[in-house]
Design a protein around this ligand. Structure first.
Ligand code: NAP
Length: 302
């Protein structure tokens, strides 16, 4: 293997330790801790497991964690009233509504009801606008793209003047990471190309990339011959391609594959993220950082 592995699992531990240190300091000096509420509607097993992971991490950092579970038949009006309650609660700095919501509830209306200054997911149109403007306007960068940028920077990959190619143009990964990498500032200043299903020659674009960020959701889409030797390859894709019995727990677990042919790509790339254990662990980590930052904005520390 020639590529250096960029392990999200390791970077996560570094960042969580940094957050914990700041939380302890703010608690000692100001007597407050970051407050995060997670609103879960219904009992979708995947949502329950995401929320559980978020709660566990928030607690381990000393956050105030409010877990607000609501029944599947909650009305839209009731949910909006609940969000209004947390918008007004000074001990809460981050509000998370776990998606998907039941069909009778308008997701957009609910997400837009969150106070943009507590929108730690960064999906509110106000925060999307702030991200586009860049610089000090940015409050809450969306968590997965923020995690990707953090991995690139912490791995020591030069972004200034780099050719960045982003495969995928979704609102949660492709578009925001493209905007973030092209902004004027540290960890960015790149020349960015975004490719998608209507792109004429995907391979030709990928081959130019010094930093290739792949978020398509297609297992093995990126072939090794599409990778420029020495490039940094960030594989965001998480694709369930089967099931196996876990050696640790003896239970059935999903077999996960990324969007890049990892085994071959690692012989060509300079840096590469594995799947699992790459970008995945970064999302919750950046959510915690956004929640801490929300408190810091409130205290005038940022
Ligand atoms: P998405 O909303 O389905 O968007 C996929 C994008 O990829 C679309 O813009 C699509 O193009 C493009 N695309 C799909 N197939 C392509 C192909 N053959 N050639 C070129 N472009 C192609 O997906 P997403 O939400 O961004 O997620 C992408 C992947 O990242 C998924 O595997 C998801 O599970 C994973 N993910 C991981 C994390 C994490 O690790 N924390 C977080 C979020 C997402 P069009 O726009 O033209 O359709």
């Amino acid at each position: 293997m020639t590529a250096k592995l960029i392990k999200g699992t390791e970077i996560r531990e570094q960042i969580l330790a940094e957050i914990k240190e700041e939380v302890d300091k703010i608690k000692a000096e100001h007597g407050v801790v970051p407050g995060l509420v997670t609103i879960l509607v219904g009992e979708n097993p995947a949502s329950v497991s995401y929320v559980t992971a978020k709660i566990r991490t928030a607690k381990s950092l000393g956050f105030k964690e409010v877990q607000d579970n609501q029944p599947e038949d909650i009305t839209e009006e009731q949910l909006l009233a609940l969000i209004d309650k947390y918008n007004k609660d000074d001990s809460i700095h981050g509000i998370l509504v776990q998606l998907p919501l039941p069909k009778h509830i308008d997701e957009k209306k609910v997400l837009n009801a969150i106070d943009p200054d507590k929108d730690v997911d960064g999906f509110h149109p106000v925060n999307v606008g702030r991200l586009m403007i860049g610089g000090s306007e940015v409050k809450f960068p969306p968590c997965t793209p923020a995690g990707i940028q953090e991995m690139i920077v912490r791995a020591g990959v030069e972004t200034e003047g780099a050719e960045v190619v982003v495969v995928g143009r979704s609102n949660i990964v492709g578009k925001p990471i493209a905007v973030m990498m092209m902004q004027k500032g540290p960890g960015a200043n790149a020349t960015v190309t975004v490719v998608h299903t209507r792109t004429k020659d995907l391979a030709a674009h990928c081959k130019r990339a010094d930093i290739l960020i792949v978020a398509a959701g297609v297992p093995g889409l990126v072939k090794p011959e599409w990778i420029k030797p020495g490039a940094c390859v960030i594989d965001v894709g998480v694709n369930r391609v089967g099931e196996k019995i876990s050696e640790k727990t003896g239970k059935k677990v999903a077999i996960l594959k990324g969007d890049v042919d990892f085994d071959a790509a690692k012989e060509i790339a300079g840096w590469i993220t594995p799947v699992p254990g790459g970008v995945g662990p970064m999302t919750i980590t950046m959510l915690m950082r956004n929640t801490l930052n929300s408190l810091k904005f409130r205290l005038g520390l940022m």
